[in-house]
Design a protein around this ligand. Structure first.
Ligand code: RIB
Length: 309
């Protein structure tokens, strides 16, 4: 155990079926892939793993099915330094599944079967009230039922636990939920969904960030792919570039960024240094295939950073 604050992640667990192809198939077309892999994924689990491997004190509220892969995922999460006491195996349900195509440019398209993730109910959240109340931060995404995300955010706010929302995949959200969020980390598409502002330039990002500040969110971090992030604290924003690497697979790059960002913030780093740490973790992740197989450990992130100018 280190001296960092405690993190609770609430989110999804998926088994990712990943097929690499030179190009995405068009409707009606069948293509043979170049590589197939089943890997552990799910935005919640990926972010939890990124936090665990990079050194956070973390527990994870989530659901698997009562199946073999759910059990294997649970064991893997334990070896990734995650407290899985609040991970429930749901009787009669299957573990969530993501079907993923990755093209030659490393881009992906994803279809999801929620499975047991849909069973993460407000009752399960209420059962974790003390854990959320005792934590320093709660990190969530949007692959879990929205009413449960809202319930957890309310508990956190009531007890002074910071609410961090990675609003992925893109969904419209109520002002009630957004007003409970302290830090939000949308990508360009998600920022547009939440604000109506198409984010193509830094100026657009600043406008979208202000719209999110106006909803009551103190810190807005809009991820801009290879251009880095737009980071805005209480209305003062700047673009923070990432590291240039040869990307082969961007699955879970955003998740890795979010998990590592939380580790650094909970170790007391100021935002610029925390963003550098998160950028480094994500840069390593895009050079590797798959979701959780691509997530780096702390030693790898520190080594990467020490090699930069
Ligand atoms: O963000 C990447 C993740 O999205 C994948 O691991 C997949 O499971 C989907 O949830």
């Amino acid at each position: 155990m280190n001296n960092a604050g405690n993190l609770v992640v609430l989110g999804s667990i998926n088994a990712d079926h990943i097929l690499n192809l030179d190009a995405f198939p068009r409707p009606g077309e069948t293509l043979t892939g170049t590589h197939y892999q089943v890997a552990f994924g799910g935005k919640g689990a990926n972010q939890a793993v990124a936090a665990g491997r990079s050194g956070a004190n973390i527990s994870f509220i989530a659901c698997t099915g009562d199946d073999d892969i759910g059990e294997r995922i649970r064991k893997q999460l334990v070896s990734d330094n995650i407290d899985v006491a609040p991970v429930s195996a749901i009787a009669g349900e299957s573990t969530g599944v993501a079907l993923i195509f990755v093209n030659g440019e490393g881009e992906n398209v994803i279809g999801i079967h929620a499975g047991a993730n849909a069973a993460l109910s407000t009752d399960l959240v209420a059962a974790q009230e003390k854990r959320i109340a005792d934590a320093d931060a709660l990190l969530m995404q949007l692959e879990s039922p929205l009413e449960s995300v809202l319930a957890a955010a309310k508990i956190a706010r009531q007890h002074g636990t910071k609410v961090v929302l990675n609003p992925a995949p893109a969904r419209e959200l109520s002002d009630e939920l957004l007003a409970l969020v302290d830090i939000i980390t949308p990508n360009e598409t998600e920022a547009e969904k939440l604000t109506g502002v198409k984010v193509e330039t830094d100026e657009d990002a600043a406008i979208a960030a202000q719209a999110l500040h106006d909803k009551g969110i103190e810190t807005v971090i809009i991820t801009l792919g290879s251009r880095g992030v737009w980071a805005s604290e209480q209305g003062k924003g700047q673009r923070v570039p990432g590291f240039k690497v040869q990307a082969i697979d961007t699955i879970a790059a955003g998740d890795t960024f979010n998990g590592a960002l939380m580790t650094a913030l909970l170790e007391g780093e100021a935002l610029p240094k925390a963003l550098r740490f998160a950028h480094a973790a994500a840069a390593i992740a895009v050079t590797r295939k798959g979701a959780q197989p691509s997530v780096p450990w702390r030693k790898e992130i520190d080594e990467f950073l020490s090699q930069q100018g």
